[in-house]
Design a protein around this ligand. Structure first.
Ligand SMILES: NC(=O)c1ccc[n+]([C@@H]2O[C@H](COP(=O)([O-])OP(=O)(O)OC[C@H]3O[C@@H](n4cnc5c(N)ncnc54)[C@H](O)[C@@H]3O)[C@@H](O)[C@H]2O)c1
Length: 341
């Protein structure tokens, strides 16, 4: 099985490559990534040059390039996206370009090379497409039947990409499957996202910026559990279906912050309250029953607080990696290799 993975130099994608190379001996991966600020080839320096991994520097919006790559592979796992809500509030355009037009470009390329629809396409999306849930109704969860109600430019662009993916299944009979997962954590996450940001700030002696009242709730899923679920969908999922992926770990941002402070041996005084994110969704929570009953997947690495502890330890142990990223030094290396986007 030869997979075309888009966005494989980012957080989830680089963990996906490593997972596949480790757990699926018969598989190989071609990673197409244009290396935005969050794409870092160093995330995969340990597998670079190996016989089952190929890196292609390019944009998913380049129809000729993606058409050529689609011819050589058996299936597509699509993770490339602009992924940070705060950045989408500052400038939404790259989100619409990469997330909506990028997905459409990939699907058009696949149609060109595979008119008989033999190749599967897994579109990796987010639970944020469903909007948010009330804090006072803990029994309410997102599932595959929840209506779409995205609230940020990021989640709206992901919702748009989901709609395009659905339409290409419905209209052309393509083997498209969509996954909607909750917040991932684990190694190699760009340190603007909350867990690596907080851990690395504390190591550097800086405070951790907590949005608003800290009561916003997220469901935390270890990235290895997420990638295992994506593989289950690729291998056993049904074309045209959607699958919600969750970790059964709802925590408020304040609870998360306290856990990180405790693990790092720091006190409450290291919290800096900052103005809330515009339009900040209150609560996300997932009902992943469909994945369990239909594909036999359930999270096994996300138990709290052990999973958080392992993630925190990774950043503590890998200071050289995140210092390189935070200082911007990592860009200098690959801009000389590949040029900027
Ligand atoms: N991180 C999470 O908690 C989370 C949760 C739910 C869903 N997701 C989804 O999972 C996917 C991966 O997220 P992530 O956290 O790894 O993001 P990330 O920002 O770490 O990585 C995204 C990767 O995509 C690449 N990319 C972006 N635009 C591209 C383009 N036009 N052409 C080629 N490559 C491009 C970037 O260079 C980067 O390597 C995204 O689709 C995201 O929406 C993430």
């Amino acid at each position: 099985m030869h997979i075309l993975l888009t966005g494989g130099s980012g957080f989830i994608g680089s963990n996906f490559v490593r997972y596949v190379l480790r757990d699926r001996p018969g598989y190989s991966v071609t990673n197409l990534d244009c290396l935005t600020y969050s794409g870092n080839p160093e995330n995969l320096s340990d597998v670079e040059g190996g016989p089952r991994y190929t890196f292609v520097h390019g944009n998913i919006l380049d129809i000729e390039l993606v058409t050529e790559l689609m011819q050589k592979v058996d299936c597509v796992v699509h993770m490339a996206a602009e992924s940070h809500v705060d950045r989408s509030i500052i400038d939404a355009r790259p989100f619409v370009e990469s997330n909506v037009l990028g997905t459409q470009t990939l699907l058009d390329a696949l149609r060109r090379v595979d008119p008989d629809n033999t190749k599967k396409f897994v579109h990796v999306s987010t639970d944020e497409v469903f909007g948010d849930l009330p804090l006072d109704k803990p029994d309410e969860l997102f599932s595959e039947t929840t209506p779409y109600a995205p609230s940020s430019p990021y989640s709206s662009s992901k919702a748009g990409s989901d709609m395009i993916a659905r339409a290409y299944h419905h209209t052309f009979g393509m083997q498209v499957m969509i996954t909607n997962c909750s917040n991932n954590h684990g190694p190699y996450q760009f340190p603007e996202k909350v867990i690596p940001l907080f851990v690395t700030n504390l190591i550097e002696g800086k405070k951790v910026p907590l949005y608003g009242d800290g009561q916003n709730v997220r469901d935390w899923l270890h990235v290895e559990d997420h990638n295992e679920a994506v593989l289950a969908v690729l291998e056993k999922g049904t074309a045209g279906e959607q699958y919600c992926i969750g970790g059964n770990n709802e925590r408020s941002n304040l609870e998360l912050t306290h856990s990180i402070l405790e693990l790092m041996g720091k006190g409450e005084d290291m919290i800096e309250r900052v103005t809330d994110r515009l339009g900040h969704d209150r609560r996300y929570a997932i009902d992943a029953t469909k994945l369990k009953t239909e594909l036999g997947w359930a999270p096994s690495r996300s138990a709290w607080p052990q999973a958080l502890e392992a993630t925190v330890k990774w950043y503590v142990d890998n200071e050289a990696w995140w210092k390189n990223v935070k200082s911007g030094a990592y860009r200098k290396y690959y801009e000389t290799q590949y040029g900027s986007r």
